[in-house]
Design a protein around this ligand. Structure first.
Ligand code: SF4
Length: 320
């Protein structure tokens, strides 16, 4: 990993009350090949290829698994993760070269935002995600995006063009319809109904978009009827699919989330400490949640994800 360089710019940002420092980070590559992780004894991959324009995330979600990445920079995964944002300012130019070397064939889409949110507030001024999308559009590369921010609407034109040329799927993460809980849990994100409204506008603009109910947090967002109402709201906002996932707490992230519980829900702390001895909750929680989500989707006639990407050059891709 190359060292972050450049100056620290104090950047006023009206949407985030906390101070913000932007570090310009010169990297050699932006396209990452992703490995698998093991969950509940099963090997899983979020994506084969990923791009993360930023390191650190102003959204400040208490449970964020990416907090641990700040430790690589000898920074803490708590306040620093939310206030010191590393920007891959030259990412688009680097990606252009990488796309040229890769060629025209892709077995799977490239996912933007596997680690941190590509539409966190600083994107409003830095515009790295938009520049990356321009390159991907020109290269006719298939793209998926994961975000909690309605700023994704700014790029609806490009995303619709990518959908026409190759493939596009936008996953908008919504954890709860409870706006007060969302504000405390995910402090700098838009309220849940605004995120759902963004899904509707994306779909109306020709951008395939769905709701990602993730992470599902035991005792916080999984009450009887809560997931059902959220899924129904997603369907009513024209979501093309509903995907889901339960909370994972890496050992480096656990103290930050447990501090949040101590402040906001001390009544739940002991239960979380007992359940999250490992990164994942007990297997029987998955065994209860997954059939419930399947039943909700079945009742709404909703798929669990976007249509699979079909490579128009399968022979060449197999040779790649
Ligand atoms: S929006 Fe995503 S990346 Fe950003 S803090 Fe929340 S969970 Fe982490």
């Amino acid at each position: 990993m190359s060292e972050p360089s450049g100056t620290i710019e104090p950047t006023p940002d009206a949407s985030v009350a906390r101070p913000l420092a932007v570090h310009h980070w010169q990297v050699k590559t932006v396209l990452n090949r992703m490995g698998a992780i093991r969950r509940q004894g099963v090997s899983q991959k979020i994506a084969d290829w990923s791009i993360n324009p930023y390191r650190g995330c102003q959204h400040g979600c208490a449970y964020c698994y990416a907090r641990r990445t700040h430790i690589d920079f000898d920074l803490d995964g708590a306040a620093s993760f939310e206030q010191e944002i590393f920007v891959k300012s030259d990412a688009a130019a680097i990606l252009r070269g990488e796309l040229r070397r890769h060629g025209a064939t892709w077995n799977t889409p490239i996912t933007i935002g596997t680690a941190v949110d590509p539409y966190q507030p600083v994107e409003g001024t830095q515009r790295v995600t938009r520049d990356l999308l321009r390159e991907l559009c020109a290269a006719r590369a298939p793209v998926t995006i994961i975000t909690k921010n309605t700023m994704v609407l700014r790029d609806a034109d490009l995303l619709a063009e990518i959908a026409r040329r190759s493939y596009c799927a936008v996953f908008v993460s919504v954890t709860t319809l409870d706006a007060d809980l969302a504000r405390r849990l995910e402090p700098a994100t838009p309220p849940p109904l605004k995120r759902l409204a963004a899904v509707r506008r994306l779909v109306a603009s020709g951008v395939p978009a769905g709701v990602m109910i993730a992470p599902i947090l035991p005792w916080l967002t999984d009450a009887s009827g809560a997931l059902e109402e959220l899924a129904l709201a997603a369907a009513r906002h024209d979501a093309n699919w509903i995907s889901s996932g339960t909370l994972r707490l890496h050992p480096d992230v656990r103290p930050v989330f447990f501090d949040w519980l101590r402040r906001e829900r001390p009544d739940l702390l002991e239960r979380y400490e007992a359940w999250y001895v490992r990164a994942d909750p007990p297997t029987n929680y998955h065994d209860r949640i997954h059939p419930r989500i399947d039943a909700i989707r079945a009742s709404l006639g909703m798929p669990g994800g976007p249509p699979a990407y079909v490579d128009p050059h399968p022979v060449q891709a197999a040779l790649f």
